[in-house]
Design a protein. Structure first.
Length: 342
């Protein structure tokens, strides 16, 4: 359809983007999506097999830092919106190798928004008024806010000062600031969403939940950092995608929205929940419970103690709410990995 709008989505061979693309293509027949992804170790086209045949979806392998390529894509496909997922995303890797995080997350985000600005500034529409033609949506993390105390009333809101502690969160915080500056300085139509920890299908093996399931099935020890009491606020990945959809379409320009499911869990509670499900679904032949495999390992350097999101703004202003609670979402998730690792 020639009247379709073409949206550039970046990094969608990764975990969240590959859950987002099929959802978005299905919901909006009026959009074409171009997925620009470098296919680093974290990207896997298997994640998008279900979209390969869709004429409204196109994959381009390339680096968001490659300005010539990004300019070519804007011109060739007349890009009318951007939803920017691409990033280096694993905190442990950022401790070992911070440079690539600064390059992709900071320089890459700068390249994308600067090209978008220069492409769109020549168009006969107003950035602030006509979001459908020109919105730049930046996907970010709650880790930019630093760490919280154990007081349950202490929550991240959109006005919590930035205090990133890892090279990963520092690079994401920097990219958020670049987006902010392009709104303030050039009047670009930008929105940012800062989401808590996601879980669900298609996450890379290196992350906590897939690791727990894989190690348990292989009868290997399940490594847990420190005392296992670090708290994260877990959100089912499709609920994140639905939040992005709502903010992209109805969020106010220049605004930040926190996305989180009010599902705080310690890492130990996560392992316990998963082991309990596995004990019923695929009981071990040698162990009474997979929990016997839990092993505490030396804590991650600079490990933030607690993250928890106050999503009131997104809920009250834009009407978002999570569809899955942790108990339902974790069963869907375990089932997906059981199928993958069987
Ligand atoms: P991921 O690591 O699974 O996927 C990242 C994707 O980006 C991969 O497909 C990779 O190939 C691609 N990529 C990396 N560098 C690139 C480059 N230079 N050019 C083009 N593509 C490149 O990450 P994810 O978990 O899907 O996270 C997506 C976004 O959401 C990130 O911006 C992340 O900061 C943010 N986020 C993630 C979570 C979470 O829990 N996973 C929570 C909040 C926010």
């Amino acid at each position: 359809n020639n009247n379709n709008q073409t949206i550039l989505v970046t990094g969608c061979a990764g975990f969240i983007g590959s859950n987002f693309v099929p959802y978005f293509l299905d919901k909006y027949p009026e959009y074409n999506l171009i997925n620009l992804d470098l296919l680093t170790y974290a990207g896997n086209l298997e994640n998008l097999k279900e979209c390969e045949e869709n004429p409204r979806y196109k994959f381009i392998k390339g680096d968001i830092c490659n300005r010539d390529l990004v300019e070519f894509i804007f011109t060739e496909y007349d890009i009318q919106g951007v939803i920017h997922f691409a990033a280096e995303s694993h905190v442990d890797n950022s401790i070992k190798n911070p440079g690539v995080f600064v390059n992709t997350n900071v320089n890459g985000t700068f390249t994308l928004i600067d090209v978008a600005y220069k492409y769109w500034m020549d168009k006969p529409f107003n950035y602030k008024a006509d979001y459908k033609k020109s919105r730049f949506h930046h996907i970010s993390t709650d880790e930019v806010y630093g760490t919280l105390t154990d007081d349950p009333k202490d929550l991240f809101t959109e006005t919590t000062p930035y205090a990133p502690n890892s090279p990963y969160s520092a690079s994401k915080a920097s990219s958020d600031m670049i987006i902010r500056a392009y709104n303030e300085t050039y009047g670009m139509n930008t929105v940012i969403t800062n989401c808590s920890n996601n879980y669900g299908p298609k996450q890379h093996d290196e992350k906590l939940i897939p690791t727990i399931i894989r190690k348990a099935l292989n009868n290997e020890s399940i490594p847990i950092y420190g005392d296992g009491k670090n708290i994260r606020d877990w959100l089912y990945v499709l609920d994140h995608c639905k939040g992005i959809d709502i903010v992209y379409h109805t969020g106010k320009t220049a605004n930040t929205y926190n996305i989180g499911g009010r599902n705080e869990r310690t890492n130990l509670q996560i392992v316990d929940a998963i082991c309990t499900i596995l004990d019923t679904k695929v009981p071990s032949k040698t162990l009474t419970s997979y929990k016997e495999l839990i092993t505490f390992v030396e804590d991650r350097a600079g490990h933030d103690r607690r993250y928890a999101i106050d999503a009131t703004k997104l809920e009250d202003e834009l009407g978002w709410k999570a569809d899955e609670n942790f108990d339902t979402g974790i069963v869907l998730t375990v089932d997906w990995y059981l199928d993958k690792y069987k």
